[in-house]
Every structure is written in structure tokens, then in C-alpha cells.
Design a protein around this ligand. Sequence first.
Ligand SMILES: O=C(O)CCC(=O)C(=O)O
Ligand SMILES: [Fe+2]
Length: 312
Amino acid sequence: MVVKSLPKIPTIDFSEGNLNPGTSSWFSVCNDVRRALEEYGCFVALYDKISQQLRTSMFSELKELFDLPTEIKMKNVSDKPYFGYIGNHPSIPPLHESMGIENATTLEGGESFTNIIWPKGGNNHFCETVVSYSRLVSELEKMVKRMVFQSYGVEKYYDSHLGSTTFLLKLIKYRVPEMNESSIGCAPHTDKSFITVLHQNEVNGLEIETRDGDWIQFEPSPSSFLVLAGDAFLAWTNGRIHSAAHRVVMTGTKPRYSIGLFSYHNGTIEIPDELVDEQHPQQFKSFDHYGLLHHYHAAPKIESTAKDYCGV
Ligand SMILES: O=C(O)CCC(=O)C(=O)O
Ligand SMILES: [Fe+2]
């Protein structure tokens, strides 16, 4: 019998202090990042900027937040689909519960969420913790983005792209399934973000689909972050980068907590002319990023939201 060995999600070390633009180690990591995103649509980043103390605080804040009564959590609303409180949602598995903090790298974003959940006197510790966490993780997102822009020779667009980037921090809890309940915590999907950076507690369950259709597990250490390309990144690279389907399957007896930092773009994303040539005919037109999200919401599809919304 031939046993097929599954590939592993590539791991890239961002914890070395010498990752300065222009150095030879920077260029080599740029290529690793681009290759991983083209082949797998994701990679595991080893990133040591989140201290053990901040990590512990984040997950204990998450637990406290989800332990609040549902009517309080439901005050987390947004005009953008999937950005507010999700719980007992008819089209989302019942194990899943999530809340979204918009503009989470800004103090205003953190305060606005905090004041809605804790209107009497706020909750400074929560606010400071999520904003510090979001800022540090957004540095990883920006570095990855800069590396990819550079690797494709279009770094000149980086600053303006960065200027229009916003960050959504999504806090997620998956409860343990009851007897006879499905173990699916999150159905297979691709993200609509530009980039998503995921970080979780010690309970595994996230699986990524390879281009060959195999499902591989994300088995992190405390300093691992999963960097995933979303459909917007796929379209911006004119189809070069893969946006991988992923899902969450709950096994075991402990709830899983996960934190996702999702980058979005205010306004239109232009496809760089440099990424369209004879070998790479134009596949996508420039598009409105939140329009892509609304399009998905109106007609959820795993495969083809980007093609459907802004394919040529
Ligand atoms: O729970 C996770 O780690 C993944 C969540 C996810 O895929 C999403 O919210 O888009
Ligand atoms: Fe996702």
C-alpha cells in the first residue's frame, strides 16, 4: 500500500533581529514568502514580538469577553458583513462565535468597541491589550506585504497601498461539540481580506487545503502565526498568489480561541500593470475591496468570489 505523505505548511522565521530591508537575509526571506504564498497561499511565521505576557493577557481577555451575556455581545454590530457579533447564526456552524473590532490598531477603534461592551466606565485593560496586540501583529502583516510588493518589483505602490489599509481584529471562540453534533467549527472558505494573520490558544483544529486538494493541519507553537492570503491579494497579484480554502474541525474537550487580524483596503485596489504580461494575461480588473466582501455575503462561494466579482 502506498501511503501518501502530506506536505507541511512552510515555516518562515521572522524572529531574527536582522530582517532589515536591503540586507541579503531580507531578500532571501522575500523569496520564501512569495513562494509560500504562490504555492500554499499561507505560511507559518515565527514571530517573537508578542511577549508571553501579552499572549496570556489576550487569551484571558477573550475568555472573559465570550463569557459575557449574549445580549451584551450582540451590541457589537457593523455595517460590513461578518464584522460584528456572530453567534447562533443560521448559516454558520453553531460551535462558532465571534466578535469584530474595526480599526483595531487605533486607540479610537479599541475605545469604540470597549465603550459599547462596557459602557459604564469602560475597560482600559481590555482596550490597551487589544490595541497593543493589533499594532504588533500589523507590523508582521506590513512586513509580509512589503516583501511581496518588493519581490514582484512593484514596491513603488507599497506606501499608497499601506496608506489605505485598515485592520479588523476578529476574536473567535469555538465551543466543544455536544454528542451527535457536527465537529465543524468553521466551514471551508477563503478569506476576503488582503492578508489574514491568525494566532490561537493551545487547542488545534485549523486545516488548510493544498492546491492538490489535501487538508493539512496547522500545528502551532506559542510564537507561531499563520499568515494567509485572502481573495483580494489573489486578485491584486493577477492570480499569482493562491488564496487557500481553510476550515476548523473541533476534536477534544477544550474550547478553541483564535484571533485573526484581517487587512482590508479603503477604496479601490488597482492591479499593477507590471503584473500583466504575455505569460500572465489580465485576469482581474481593479475592484472595491469592501464591494468584494458584500458580493461574497450576497452569494457565498468557495471557489470564485474574486473571479465572479472582478474577473475579466
Ligand atoms: O479559527 C481560525 O483559526 C480560523 C478562522 C477563520 O478562518 C476566519 O475567521 O476566517
Ligand atoms: Fe478564514
